[in-house]
Design a protein around this ligand. Structure first.
Ligand SMILES: [Zn+2]
Ligand SMILES: [Zn+2]
Length: 290
């Protein structure tokens, strides 16, 4: 039987496993673990006091709004949609594309990780910044093109998101907001494979948190959303609530509010989220401050 060390060495030598299968496994593992955990937390009442609510929804409890969304697009349909995004032919194509790209950009890989913690942090932060910058434009272009909006509107049919609705998106949307930004980030940063896997798993887990409706200081701390420039979960939730339309939408970023601020598409939040996101006058003033 192959030992762990032999498997690790064989994996490092095989570009299809390294850049194709590895990132897919990282995305499947990261998303499944985070989404399942967040769905479980929602099934309890532990985080009920942290659920995002909107005055414009006549103070209807969040869980009631989630149930109404599930009535239109059932939980199983959302789950199937997310599973198809992760395991369907589109993600196999993404894996092949990333492998070919990295074979050209980084043909020789000697180690899984950088030699120092600092080296790891530099690669991780660079991947996060470049990846979110790519996601910002991959998302924005879909609101500003009539043709692409037709595809992105599938995801916007979810007006009150929940964790398993995160990847209920069209394959082209998944490529524009996921695979292409990941590939561009990998091309620019040239990371060690272990850092890329951790980044992909963390990014997709964060995506599930952004669709959970939970705006919790504890979860923000655990997911490093308390760091400067980071977008709180309420940031993307407000995008679903207020930007269910093509053109003139806002809050396109997911990990950082930086790009929306720089390109004039930031819609400041209110309450705790506002103090982190932008400060100043809240246009979306009815996100309930706890
Ligand atoms: Zn959108
Ligand atoms: Zn979304």
């Amino acid at each position: 039987m192959l030992s762990a060390a032999a498997l690790s060495a064989a994996w490092l030598r095989n570009p299809w496993l390294l850049w194709g299968v590895g990132p897919i496994l990282a995305s499947v593992t990261g998303f499944s673990a985070a989404a399942a955990l967040l769905e479980l937390l929602l099934a309890t009442s532990w985080f009920d006091s942290c659920l995002i609510t909107y005055a414009s929804s006549s103070n209807t409890p969040r869980k009631q709004l989630m149930a109404a969304t599930h009535k239109r697009i059932s939980f199983t349909k959302q789950l199937r949609g997310s599973a198809k995004t992760l395991l369907g032919p589109n993600n196999v194509i993404n894996g092949i594309g990333l492998t070919l790209l990295m074979l050209w950009a980084q043909p020789h890989v000697a180690a899984w990780m950088p030699g120092t913690v600092f080296g790891f942090l530099v690669q991780f932060v660079a991947l996060s910044l470049v990846g979110d910058f790519g996601l910002y434009w991959g998302h924005r272009v879909q609101h500003e093109s009539k043709l692409l909006w037709r595809l992105h509107s599938k995801h916007h049919a979810i007006d009150t998101p929940s964790p398993f609705s995160t990847l209920f998106i069209h394959p082209t949307d998944a490529a524009l907001q996921g695979a292409i930004p990941f590939a561009v980030a990998a091309l620019v940063v040239r990371p060690d494979p272990g850092v890329l896997y951790i980044y992909i798993a963390a990014r997709i887990s964060e995506n599930a948190l952004n669709h959970s409706g939970i705006d919790s200081p504890l979860l923000d701390l655990l997911t490093l959303k308390t760091l400067p420039f980071r977008a709180p979960a309420a940031f993307h939730d407000a995008h679903h609530k207020y930007c269910n339309h093509a053109y003139k939408a806002s809050n396109y970023g997911e990990s950082f509010w930086l790009w929306d601020w720089a390109f004039g598409t930031l819609c400041p939040l209110s309450g705790r989220a506002a103090s982190k996101a932008a400060g100043g006058e809240a246009k979306q003033a009815d996100i309930k401050a706890r």
